[in-house]
Design a protein. Structure first.
Length: 172
């Protein structure tokens, strides 16, 4: 063997060892990560197991349901008043104000959806039979809210020139 062929062979052997070492390291990292996730789930889930058997009293549940219903009715009345104000603004402003009013309506629509989702969560929590169910309802609520947030972010990511162009088009 010549010196250069010996160097090539040595280099190939080192590379194959590095690849094997990298594969083994990846496998170990995956196993450690999976065990960490399982351990975390065990640690988080264990304290809540005691709450699965606790029941919420019916009187408390009825009171909570009535409070949520009264708050929702108050919100609906306030929302209707605000929409009437926006309509009067739209009538009083000219074409320039219509774009601003439209933007305000979109913002109010997003806020309305979030508040209604909050009331739905409150209704569901009021009828929950145990604290574990309340935790599950909260997790589902926040997942849904994060989905709305990501969808809203995609809409807001439009370039400002496109938004201005669209607003000018609506004014005309």
């Amino acid at each position: 063997m010549t010196k250069s062929s010996a160097k090539v062979a040595t280099r190939k052997m080192r590379n194959s060892r590095r690849k094997t070492d990298a594969k083994n390291a990846r496998k170990v990292r995956k196993k450690v990560a999976a065990e960490l996730v399982r351990d975390t789930q065990r640690k988080i889930g264990a304290p809540f197991e005691q709450f699965r058997t606790i029941q919420v009293h019916d009187t408390f549940r009825d009171l909570a349901e009535r409070n949520v219903a009264q708050t929702r009715a108050l919100y609906e009345h306030s929302k209707n008043t605000l929409q009437a104000v926006l309509t009067s603004w739209q009538d009083s402003f000219g074409a320039i104000g219509k774009g601003a009013v439209e933007l305000n309506r979109r913002i109010i629509g997003i806020a309305d959806r979030n508040i209604n989702n909050g009331f739905d969560l409150a209704d569901a929590i009021a009828t929950a039979k145990n604290p574990a169910e309340i935790v599950e309802l909260n997790v589902a609520y926040w997942r849904r809210q994060m989905g709305y947030l990501s969808a809203t972010t995609k809409v807001r990511a439009l370039p400002p020139r496109m938004v201005a162009k669209e607003m000018r088009r609506k004014v005309r």
